[in-house]
Ligand binder design. Structure first.
Ligand code: KG4
Ligand code: ZN
Length: 344
């Protein structure tokens, strides 16, 4: 089941974005509504789970209705409903998955319970028609850092992951310490452009350990200690150079490991997924490294890098075509690995 005219409604509520989207077939986005709660959480310097769930409750139904309206569809036109089941904040996930279950039951249509990490990867397939596995995927967001060998559609081999902080988390913590607000990844990206990436040499953690794992807590502490010392000595804090030096340390290790993964798996495509895939320095340095290897680099447009329901609907459409349909008893999961994405 699933042809070019199949309409799938996607719902995403795993963290602090409430999103609904309608796609036709596998990759035609008819509508995409994203309502960010960033302002709500900014004063706390991070996402407050209880506030997130309540905001999802208020915003989700209007977002679904608006996504249907923009798609020119009514509830009865939808052929299947996909929602994120994890990983994410339990209370936030429950709002989206429960709404999807209610729709699936009331309209008697298939429910597709989606793995958020896998959906980030599928944001790329939504956008690039020529993209096909095998490939190496780097999924990098506020909550995750995974390097994955995708051997065929929906089949994954985990190569490495973070041993402590996710990359986005480290960006956000350093940004907060530098007074750049929350979430701060994009702000670091912006002001690092005005700094010198080699002015301050921050540590490159576990770069040559032979693994595909990442570690950022030492780097984060090094940046914080560096700033503290300057402040204690009454010296000015060169925010631009610090942001550039921090970003260079993060990206150099990432590029080194992604390139080695591409070489060892002999793939011809590498894709970036997740919010940190928006990082311009990562995109630039990775492109420079992959070009001579004739490996093609893919990353989604900005709107599809961040949490969004179009990627959820895209993966849902793929699951529907494979008959990987979820029962109404499916539950949310705060932790969910990519390996558990495929239920068959
Ligand atoms: O995928 P996402 O929207 O949500 C999660 O699933 O976590 O990722 C959000 C993360 C935040 O930590 C944010 O600071 C980071 O992505 N981010 C960036 C950039 N834009 C967003 N990090 C580095 N450079 C950017 N340009
Ligand atoms: Zn995400």
């Amino acid at each position: 089941m699933n042809d070019k005219s199949t309409l799938v409604l996607g719902i995403e509520t795993s963290c602090d974005e409430t999103s609904a989207a309608v796609i036709r077939g596998r990759d035609e986005v008819l509508s995409l509504i994203i309502s960010s709660q960033a302002d709500l959480h900014a004063r706390y310097g991070g996402v407050v789970p209880e506030l997130a769930s309540r905001a999802h409750l208020e915003v989700l139904l209007p977002a679904i209705e608006e996504s249907l309206r923009q798609a020119g569809a009514g509830f009865r036109d939808i052929d299947a409903v996909a929602a994120t089941r994890g990983p994410g904040l339990i209370g936030a996930l429950l709002v989206g998955l429960t709404a999807a279950k209610a729709m699936a039951f009331a309209l008697d249509i298939p429910l597709l319970a989606v793995n958020h990490l896998e959906a980030h990867i599928y944001a790329n397939f939504l956008h690039f028609e020529d993209l096909e596995p095998p490939l190496v995927a780097f999924v990098v967001s506020g909550g995750h850092t995974l390097l994955v060998h995708m051997t065929e559609h929906r089949r994954y081999r985990l190569l490495g992951e973070t041993l402590d902080d996710a990359a986005g988390e480290a960006y956000d913590k350093v940004a907060r310490y530098l007074g750049l607000g929350y979430p701060g990844g994009a702000a670091i990206d912006r002001i690092a452009r005005q700094g010198d990436p080699s002015a301050i040499a921050f540590p490159r953690a576990i770069m040559r350990d032979g693994s595909y794992n990442f570690s950022l807590s030492g780097l984060k502490t090094a940046v914080i200690n560096y700033v503290r010392k300057l402040k204690e000595n009454g010296q000015p804090v060169p925010t631009e150079d610090i942001a550039a030096g921090f970003e260079a340390a993060v990206v150099e290790v990432q590029v080194f490991k992604i390139v080695r993964a591409a070489q060892e798996t002999a793939v011809k495509s590498v894709l970036l997924a997740g919010g940190v895939a928006a990082n311009s320095y990562l995109r630039e340095k990775l492109q420079e490294a992959l070009d001579p290897m004739r490996v093609k680099l893919y990353y989604p447009p900005l709107q599809l890098c961040m949490d969004n329901a179009a990627m959820v609907a895209a993966l849902g459409a793929r699951m529907l075509s494979e008959g990987d349909i979820s029962g109404l008893e499916v539950d949310v999961a705060a932790k969910l690995s990519l390996a558990s994405a495929v239920s068959s």
